[in-house]
Design a protein around this ligand. Sequence first.
Ligand SMILES: [Zn+2]
Ligand SMILES: [Zn+2]
Length: 120
Amino acid sequence: MKNSTGIMKKYYCWKCEKLMPFLEENEWEQISSLLEDAVKAIKNYRAKHSCDLHTARENCKPEAMRKFEEFTGMKGVQFEVIYHHRLSDWGQECPNCNHLLRTSKAKLCANCGWKVKKSE
Ligand SMILES: [Zn+2]
Ligand SMILES: [Zn+2]
């Protein structure tokens, strides 16, 4: 079942150091295949216009970035940032403070110190 009207959840991103939208697996699948092309698109843009990386990033908007914006409503998120916004790469949501645990193997919440209970 596709949840088309779901509200994008935002979590504190430990790498971006701010609240960011994270991609569900079905969204990630649509974007991940575009990420390689995004790298190429920026490279091609630089070669074509012989400009620096910064200028290329300002002017070139790869499909992956457009998709991310479509899914999350957040503009201008660079592809290398998108890479780590796959929800399944992170741990569970902390029931205490709602931060994501940093990894799926994390034993405690790095924000509030809540401990994962070993039940499974
Ligand atoms: Zn991030
Ligand atoms: Zn916590």
